[in-house]
Design a protein around this ligand. Sequence first.
Ligand SMILES: C[S@@+](CC[C@H](N)C(=O)[O-])C[C@H]1O[C@@H](n2cnc3c(N)ncnc32)[C@H](O)[C@@H]1O
Length: 397
Amino acid sequence: MLNQFQSLDRFLIEHQAYWRFEPFFDSVQPDLLWHEVNPDLCQWLESLSPQQISAYKQNNKALVDDMADHLSCIRAIETWTTIAQSQRVGLTLPRGVDNGVPGRKLEQILAMGETVIGDHHGREWLEWCSGKGFLGRILASHTQQKVTSFEYQQTLCESGQKEADRQGLAMHFVQGDALSEQASQAFHSEQHAVALHACGDLHVSLIQHATKKKLPAITLSPCCYHLVSSEHYQALSKLGQASDLALTRQELRIPLQETVTGGERVKRHRIEEMTFRLGFDLLLRDVTGNQVYQPVPSIKKSALALGFEAFCRWASEQKGVGLPRLDYAHYEQLGSTRYWQMERMSLVQQPFRRALEIWLVIDKALYLQERGYQVTLSEFCCRDTTPRNLLIHAVKR
Ligand SMILES: C[S@@+](CC[C@H](N)C(=O)[O-])C[C@H]1O[C@@H](n2cnc3c(N)ncnc32)[C@H](O)[C@@H]1O
């Protein structure tokens, strides 16, 4: 993992021009960002129709195959992003354990549950940032061991506890703040700690407390890397700290910019909203002469159905700007053109997303190794079930 991290780190720094940008903002430029350093890539991108762009967004492999003719470095990304599937033992759920668990979540907890039960260390479980404790239920019912489910939201604790009691499971919910000093009291050295989709600082706090208290095993799938209090990513491992990458909080969002989930309606709404926002930005620049982007608050999806002009009137009210008579159709067209320019640019960033995520995950894995753990990385489920499917499994040596 050391070598992998170092080579990935070098790669990301060397090719940062191809992922370190914000398509939403940079699409305002008339030229693509790489027109000087890589005109061939730009020519290829400009030749793509909206249909081709949409197809590449859904098919990363086809994108890499075709884009590599113009940006050969992206072929290398596969070296770091090919991760083994987790070993799953196969579980049959006792009746009712999955009560109230939504479909996709059920697939995730089954996949993660099978994996951790198959390599369990310790005599209890600690479920970190548990929500209603869906994963904990599977662990309690299959291993008959005590599960402590630590969660911030009192209502989730109450409803999780009620269901666990109803099912006669040895689960105990603890309401607390994972980021507080007192959180360390939830940990002890008999527990195998698990966390399904603990965000930014929350998975970091788990790793820090669990290693300090020398837990026999820690298994987590991180998500929402940008939900951290610091402006820049705070690397955990020695190599991570020595890296020059210095990811900003905004850049920590890059791995999450995927559209794996969401049907046609969601996609249509996104195109409409982005087109309106990009078009309004251009309109506002012309009206006010101010060339700095002015953020517009979020809007109910139903309000988009009123059309572009209504959106602009609403948005200008929010910004306290009066609008003169305007050719709205013209700006809507500009918004649409800019939308596809943004999507073209995003195609270049797309293959780097997983590479960045792997960098973030290996940083945690290396830290766990430094603290005396044997660490494996795997994918615990397919990406259609959740794109946040990376699993760090650490067992105390
Ligand atoms: C993405 S959800 C995952 C929930 C659950 N593990 C699952 O996969 O269904 C993150 C959980 O972290 C909880 N959370 C957020 N901030 C927290 C904090 N400071 N301390 C403890 N839990 C927190 C949220 O309430 C939420 O239940």
